[in-house]
Design a protein. Sequence first.
Length: 427
Amino acid sequence: MSEMIADLKAFLAESTTPFHAVQEMANRLNKADFQFLDEADSWEVKQGGRYYTTRNDSSIVAWVMPEKGTLDESGLRMVGAHTDSPCLKVKPQPDIHRHNYCQLGVEVYGGVLLNPWFDRDLSMAGRVSFLDASGDLKHGLVDFKKPMAIIPSLAIHLDREANKNRTINAQTDLPVILGQSEEKLDFRQVLLEQLKTECDESIDEILDYEISLYDTQAPAEMGMNGEFLTSARLDNLLSCYMGLDALITAESKQGALLVCNDHEEVGSMSAAGAQGPMLSQVLERLIPDNEKRVRMYARSMMISADNAHGIHPNYSDKHDANHGPIINAGPVIKINANQRYASNSETASLFRKLAREVEVPVQAFVVRSDMACGSTIGPITAAELGVKTLDIGVPQFAMHSIREMAGVKDIEALTKVLSLFFGLQSV
């Protein structure tokens, strides 16, 4: 258990943005003898081969071909997750200079729980596009790693109503402080200097960037018995990690696939998102014949892995009394009558059967009937491919906060079930 959690913490620490998450996943796939296939090249895949491809540097698909037969005969056991998390992103022209403070304007990405972002030691990371000394367009990743930004709270003496359902104005309350200077900051120059320290390329000019802020506090095991894991971006890098670990270690002689898409937190409608064509285009290249591909879909199944809401002891009235998942009591089947989750009795029963085989307890989540339900990539993928799908996840607290919390036992438990799922003869 401790070895897996230590490895997970290292993965989370490196995966500060979707770009860095995909880079870290690619590094692990390379070590496990997966072969990278560029989308722009012709592909030649072989029986028993292990492959992966990426898009936008922020989405990744990895798969194992069956050792015998073809995909239309074996089908695919698929697990889906997403690489992005709600955060604050630096604006294109972010420089603000007020009262000798150098600040950056930020945009809110996704459904961020904003209050916890105040008074945290923040750093920055992301992708930068630049011209090299020869005038060629290049792209590179940067991660400042050190604390270098903060959003200080206003003292309660100046806002006596601060503890009474405080409303945050994203435009005026969130610009971060980087330092002090009598002159206005040039953020692109800051990026250029950082890129020079991380990139082997000669760099002439920064053209554009996608930079996110993140909390520098390291992932940690906590609780009286170390039963909890706390970290940024557990939603949904935790599922990416479990799916990746299961794919690499599973003794699968059938077809198995992991897809981790970007942009789930903002609706998935992008070239690299689950509502885009990336997965379907990969599958079309693996099986060009339409009839054979439809036969493969009929023999396949997708598990959409995305964290679930654990029942919070201070707010238990926010849950249906019969559907309040407990942290460290097992993975959660997510069900919604209006198809906000893609689970049905067939896919849920298969998961329960697999969990029973590896002695993993299973829980169920249904949102209160008088509350709106969130969604996942599950219904999107089911509709895009026409493949039977299940929505599951480990229970967590503080979803969409800058620091989230999950259970150590649940991580090991769900990874076991996913590994068994990848090795199934049929679904």
